[in-house]
Design a protein around this ligand. Structure first.
Ligand code: SF4
Length: 460
């Protein structure tokens, strides 16, 4: 199953694609379906039940806020985080469905948390029920947020996507298939993905859209480097990116030599985006919001420090980077998972690290086998990475983990660039292993905040 670049990289508001963007999209789809079924006018009451991981970490991840946005008909790309929509609902106990129809809505009564119920299909489940004034159940739908902001309705969960396969010239389900296409066509991974994307929308829109994604990523770095203060949520965690930036600038002014300075820049950019995400800023799912700092950091490393040694122009290098990362991410999405609630953090930070390593290797002129090696190395050393966010917030360990992921991605690409033959562990094998490791992982370590750091760190 091919996933488009624009499904993989989407613009949204932090802090979590599966716990924020996904529930928001599900709520909006439910409201749209009420319209389609011509039931909307009869609705006087909505109940939302959230299950499992969504219920356990939903408060820290902003799930309730996202559901309110969705019921109001707002879309992730357009929501204005400055407007206090949810506070108004909290105070007035009135919600304007699709911004058209006011109904009574008490956040404490109409949003029901079932923390100990994990629906069998996926741990990020949510059920929406609409009632008439006579108390008749008009519509009931259950959705799952399966990672990266993607939601599927219960009747489509087995396919993991509720859309038809995309009509593209090059379909592939494994790296081996992708490699064969590249060899037969004498084209790079980036060229194959480009042709697929141009079959889905006009070429000018593809290019403009890719550079828009790059711009949002880079803007998040710039905002994050300037911002100061304490992150919301109750951990009293100060933002660190600005301090790192000030120290780096000082070293530069003083002409201080430090051979490892590049590690600090990578960490800074990873911190900057991850802190923006934690603060609810606008970022790109890459492939999720919790792991959204890694790719912008590695991309900026390419642009600032490595592009001069690339065989491509800067623009072509950026395109190679992002398109290759997208192609590799499509493999993770179709053969494994990018949901921390399903496979732990290896599916978020691990995948972000792997696809960034692949992108960097391609942008530096690496061969298809070197791209495979880079992606494989990066995932191999993230296998088993658990998701155990303290207080259910996307802050500890998430923010530092983005910085570490960026450093690891660059190291993996450099190691991958040195490999000259087929790796002993193929990328397809590591993707399958990641999924199996995720299936074996205890639920305590899958975005439930019931194990690991989440229970070891005192939060008051
Ligand atoms: S630990 Fe990883 S998967 Fe879990 S919330 Fe943080 S970034 Fe996401």
């Amino acid at each position: 199953m091919y996933y488009s670049f624009f499904e993989i990289f989407s613009i949204g508001i932090g802090p979590s694609s599966s716990h924020t963007v996904g529930p928001m999209r599900a709520a909006k789809r439910f409201i749209d379906n009420l319209h389609t079924e011509e039931l909307f006018e009869r609705v006087t009451k909505i109940d939302v039940t959230i299950y499992g991981s969504l219920a356990l970490t939903g408060v820290g991840h902003g799930t309730v806020k996202a559901i309110v946005y969705g019921l109001m008909g707002l879309e992730a790309e357009k929501v204005n985080p400055e407007i206090p929509y949810v506070n108004a609902v909290k105070l007035d106990k009135i919600l304007h469905l699709a911004q058209e129809k006011p109904i009574a809505f008490d956040l404490d009564e109409n949003v029901i948390f079932k923390k100990d119920v994990f629906l069998p299909e996926h741990s990020n489940g949510m059920k929406f029920e609409a009632y008439s004034k006579e108390g008749q159940l008009l519509l009931s739908e259950t959705y799952f947020s399966i990672g990266g902001g993607t939601v599927v309705r219960q009747d489509a969960i087995a396919k993991r996507v509720d859309r038809e396969p995309l009509k593209i010239p090059h379909d592939f389900n494994s790296f081996v298939e992708l490699q064969k296409i590249c060899e037969a066509q004498k084209k790079s991974i980036a060229e194959i993905i480009w042709e697929n994307e141009c079959a889905l929308r006009p070429e000018s829109e593809v290019k403009e859209g890719i550079f828009k994604i790059r711009e949002i990523m880079q803007n998040a770095i710039d905002r994050g480097m300037k911002a100061t203060g304490i992150l919301n949520g109750g951990l009293n965690l100060p933002r660190k990116a600005n301090g790192i930036y000030q120290r780096l600038e000082e070293k530069f002014r003083n002409n201080e030599y430090d051979p490892l300075l590049i590690l600090d820049w990578l960490s800074l950019w990873g911190f900057a985006v991850a802190e923006e995400n934690a603060a609810g800023g606008q970022i790109v799912t890459a492939p999720t919001m919790g792991s959204a700092g890694i790719m912008p950091s590695v991309l900026r490393y390419f642009e600032r420090f490595a592009a001069s040694k690339s065989p491509y122009s800067l623009e072509d290098g950026i395109l190679k980077f992002l398109l290759t990362a997208s192609g590799i991410c499509s493999l993770y999405r179709s053969n494994a998972s990018i949901s921390g609630a399903e496979v732990g953090c290896q599916g978020e930070v691990g995948v972000a690290c792997s696809i960034s390593a692949a992108g960097l290797c391609a942008a530096m002129g690496g061969s298809i086998l070197q791209v495979e090696a880079s992606a494989e190395i990066a995932m191999e050393h993230n296998l088993g990475l658990t998701c155990d966010p303290v207080a259910g917030l996307v802050q500890i360990p998430c923010i530092e983990r983005n910085a570490m992921g960026a450093v690891k991605a660059v190291t993996s690409a450099r190691m991958g660039m040195k490999s000259s033959e087929h790796a002993l562990v193929p990328l397809d094998t590591i993707i399958k292993t990641m999924m199996e490791t995720g299936r074996d992982m205890n639920n305590k370590y899958k975005e439930t905040a019931l194990g690991g750091l989440a229970v070891s760190v005192a939060t008051c």
